[in-house]
Structure formats: structure tokens, C-alpha cells
Design a protein around this ligand. Structure first.
Ligand code: ATP
Ligand code: MG
Length: 467
């Protein structure tokens, strides 16, 4: 699409020559002689750029510029000033003009400035779009969950996002640690600042030190130029240090200092660098245990653990599975452009019964796979990866690892176990109610009531029974 340019000048000769040149260059040009006409035009259509004289009849060029910026803030403005009136140009730039030319100017010079201005405008628009995409990706909307555990996580994010507290996120692989860290950053006052990530896994002391703090040119073989570290890059924003448990002991002291003083030196450097950074850490391990085993410094542990977020494994928050399944179906059906909108109860049962060692990441992959293999508008067990449907039945239905909790809701846990046992029996017998009742040692009417209670629908079970 052609960029639209508005030219405003009361000198006819200038208008005509500009219109001619710009049209030849491939722009769509409107040229007018007064600011009043110019503003009218800006009200009715969008222009990418305005090129205007500052000395105009009826309205001063600077006043005109202010009105343009009010009406259409994204339009870039280039000012034409008379030779010797540089102060006009300075005022115009302060008021938001992108650039200026001094009369008499060459048309080539003006074209170059215009091209630059239009690139600048596109870059700004792209940045806004990118920021919006990032916000969509990390906003709360994309952190799904209604379990008690996730409600607690949302509460914590709500309370502490806008404060600068250090946060430690703990959870098994794929439980959403990085997603949560992003949600904290993008919901904090620092959301316009950088969000810098570094995984500390398997990095030796030297590499980690240089990654975190940067290095001066020549500080070691291979340091051919000065490089800023992640802490410096995160200045004004947040740093996400993943796999924090893997930081070697001798580096832990240095990390402690940054957390306490917010300052450090680059490797091989003498200058002390101060930064303003929010620190978010994550680990898959039990840091407290590492402290007890002497593998992690206790003082650092307390510095990091100011606010702790525990993301429980998916098998401990089964009520989130259905919600996540729906969310991922929507996500991948849209992405793959297919009209899939639901999942059969039987297929859902398979997912509810599975133990999800890879947690939400694994569930997401399973749904992506299922959507790709689904040929109707509903996902059925045949669409799920073989390891889920043909796989083994769970060896335990007790959902909670007791060593990891201080308290437990007895009633909720019993109900959860009951549902899991029903799903297990369903799976084991292919939904045959007579056998299910036998296995669970309950009367068939009791079984039927329970199946209704847990919404393990009768239709599905009857259908399977007949086959
Ligand atoms: N609550 C959630 N709602 C929606 N999607 C989620 C949720 N938690 C995790 N995910 C998705 O699951 C995938 C894994 O999440 P993430 O990378 O944050 O996990 P992680 O804990 O950092 O994993 P790892 O320990 O392996 O690095 C991502 O695609 C993420 O978007
Ligand atoms: Mg991660």
C-alpha cells in the first residue's frame, strides 16, 4: 500500500514540485495551501506523514503541528523552515516534529528524510504490536487454573507483582514456572522494562559469571570485546534466573552480593555497576533440602525465598485438567485452523486418569497431537497419543505427595481419590458397570449415583458396554 503524504505550503511552486516528485517516488500525495484545510483533511483521512512549512497564513506552523499531533499522534511530521530561522526548527522538534529541512532544500534530501521518518513510524507501530502480543502471551488470561493451589498463585501475583520483592518459584518440570515469572513481570510496574531470562543449569562458574555480570575486553582468552551481562541488560526491568539450584557454590556468594547491594563488577573490570532489577528465580528442586545437604548457601536461600510460589504438579490439581484441555483445544484448533470444539467424555477420562509426569507442557503437547489427528469436530480417545490410551493404569490414585505439604483438606482429598478410583475402574473394565461395581465392591445403584455425581456420563458407558 502506498504511504499517504500531506503537503501544506502556501507557495504554489513548492506544492507543485513536491507533489510531482513525491508522486514519482510512489507516494499518494495531497497538497493544500492552508493549515485549516490541512486539519480538515486529517480529520477525514489518515496520513502517514505531513510535510509542512512553519510560516503559514492564519495559523502559526507550530500551532498547526500541535493540532496534527492531537488529531493523529502517529503521523510523522517534517517541517520546512526558512534559512536562518533555526529556532523554529528547534521548537518544532520539541513539539514532536520528526525532522526538518531548511529552505532552499534539495528534493533528494527531503525524500531521504521522509523515508527515514516512515521507517521510524513503522518501527514504533511494530513495537506497540509486539508489546501487545507479549502482554497477551503473559497476561493473567493465559495462566489457566481454578484449583485452590492456582488461586493462591493468582493471589500472590496480584499482591506482589507491583512490589519489588524477590520471588522464588518452585515446581516440577512443565508446571508453568516461566509462564508465572512472565505474568509477574508483565503485571508489574516494570512491564515496560526488559524481562531477561537465564537458565543457570549446567553452566560452569566462569561462563555463569560472565553471563550474569558481563566482562571487560581482554579479561580472559576469547574476551575480544566488552560485553554486558544479564543483570545489566535487565536494568529497569526483571531478571528471571531459572534452575537457580545449579549455581556453583562459589558463584552463590557473588549472587548474594547483587541481591543485597544491587551492584557488581564485570569480570575483569574495576568499575562498580549499580542496577535496578527485580529478581525472580525458579527451581525444580527442593532448595531447602539442598541447604540442609550443604549444597546451597542458607543466606542466599533466605534472600531468594522472600516470597515463595509453589506450582503443584498437574496430578495434584485435577480440577485444572478439564479447564486446560478446553483452553488448549481452542488454542490449537485456531492455530491449525480446524473446527474442533470439544472432547468426548471417554477421551477426557483418559486424560483425567493419567499421571502427567511432564505436567502442563505434556498436556499441551498431547492436545496439539490430538487436534492434529482429529478428523471430526470432537476429540475421541483414538486421537490421543498411544502411550496414554494403550498405556498402563495408574499404580496409585493417591494424588498428594505428603512429604511436600504441611496440611491437607481431608474431605476434598477423599472426594478426589473417589473420583480417581471410579475413573480407574471405568478404564479397567471399558466402562462395564457390572464389573465396575464388582471391582469397587459397591451396589450397582450406588455406582450409578456416583457416576452421575462425577459426571462420568452414562451415555458413554452404555455405548462402551454394548460394544
Ligand atoms: N497455568 C497454565 N495455563 C496455561 N498454560 C500453561 C500453564 N502452565 C504452564 N503452561 C504452558 O505449559 C508449558 C510449560 O510451561 P513453562 O515453560 O512455564 O514450565 P516450566 O515450569 O518453566 O518448565 P521447566 O521446568 O521444564 O522449564 C508452556 O507452553 C506454558 O505456556
Ligand atoms: Mg522453565
Amino acid at each position: 500500500m502506498k504511504s499517504k503524504i500531506l503537503v501544506v505550503d502556501d507557495e504554489k511552486l513548492i506544492r507543485v514540485s513536491l507533489e510531482d516528485k513525491l508522486t514519482k517516488e510512489g507516494y499518494a500525495v495531497t497538497s493544500l495551501s492552508t493549515p485549516t484545510e490541512g486539519l480538515k483533511s486529517l480529520q477525514s483521512s489518515n496520513f502517514d506523514a505531513v510535510i509542512t512549512d512553519v510560516r503559514l497564513p492564519k495559523m502559526d506552523g507550530i500551532e498547526f503541528l500541535r493540532e496534527i499531533k492531537k488529531l493523529s499522534p502517529d503521523t510523522v511530521v517534517i517541517i520546512m523552515t526558512a534559512y536562518g530561522s533555526i529556532e523554529n526548527a528547534v521548537t518544532a522538534m520539541k513539539e514532536g516534529a520528526y525532522d526538518y529541512v531548511t529552505k532552499p532544500f534539495s528534493l533528494e534530501e527531503l525524500i531521504i528524510k521522509l523515508r527515514k521518518a516512515l521507517i521510524h513510524k513503522d518501527t514504533i507501530a511494530e513495537n506497540i504490536l509486539l508489546k501487545q502480543q507479549v502482554l497477551n502471551q503473559y497476561g493473567y488470561d493465559n495462566v489457566i487454573g481454578k484449583s485452590e493451589a492456582m488461586k493462591r498463585v493468582f493471589e500472590i501475583i496480584n499482591t506482589v507483582a507491583s512490589r519489588d520483592t524477590t520471588i522464588l518459584i518452585q515446581g516440577e518440570s512443565g508446571t508453568g514456572k516461566e509462564l508465572t515469572a512472565g505474568a509477574i513481570h508483565y503485571n508489574s510496574n516494570r512491564h515496560d522494562g526488559p524481562f531477561i531470562k537465564l537458565s543457570c543449569a549446567a553452566l560452569n562458574k566462569e561462563i555463569l559469571e560472565s553471563e550474569l555480570f558481563g566482562h571487560e575486553k581482554g579479561s580472559f582468552t576469547g574476551a575480544i570485546k566488552t560485553r554486558r551481562g544479564r543483570f545489566e541488560l535487565a536494568d529497569g526491568g526483571s531478571i528471571f534466573l531459572d534452575d537457580i539450584d545449579d549455581v556453583p557454590l562459589e558463584m552463590q556468594v557473588k549472587l548474594l552480593r547483587v541481591l543485597q547491594e544491587r551492584e557488581f563488577e564485570r569480570v575483569g573490570g574495576e568499575e562498580t555497576i549499580s542496577i535496578n532489577v527485580r529478581v525472580i528465580c525458579a527451581t525444580k528442586k527442593d532448595l531447602k533440602k539442598l541447604v540442609q545437604d550443604g549444597k546451597f548457601r542458607e543466606d542466599l536461600y533466605y534472600r531468594l525465598n522472600v516470597v515463595a510460589i509453589h506450582l503443584p504438579p498437574l496430578r495434584e490439581r485435577k480440577e485444572d485438567i478439564t479447564l486446560l484441555v478446553k483452553y488448549f483445544i481452542k488454542k490449537y484448533a485456531t492455530r491449525q485452523n480446524v473446527p474442533i470444539h470439544s472432547i468426548s467424555q471417554v477421551a477426557l477420562n483418559v486424560l483425567l486418569l493419567y499421571t502427567w509426569p511432564g505436567n502442563i507442557r505434556e498436556l499441551e503437547n498431547v492436545i496439539e497431537h490430538a487436534v492434529a489427528f482429529c478428523t471430526s469436530n470432537e476429540i475421541i480417545p483414538e486421537n490421543l497419543p498411544g502411550n496414554l490410551t494403550g498405556g498402563e493404569l495408574p499404580t496409585s490414585v493417591f494424588p498428594v505427595e505428603l512429604s511436600k505439604v504441611d496440611s491437607i483438606n481431608l474431605q476434598e482429598t477423599l472426594t478426589d481419590v473417589e473420583e480417581r478410583l471410579l475413573l480407574w475402574a471405568f478404564q479397567k473394565t471399558n466402562g462395564n458397570q457390572v464389573r465396575m461395581a464388582e471391582i469397587l465392591q459397591i451396589p450397582r445403584t450406588t455406582l450409578q449415583n456416583k457416576l452421575v455425581k462425577f459426571n462420568i456420563t452414562k451415555t458413554n458407558i452404555v455405548a462402551t458396554e454394548q460394544s
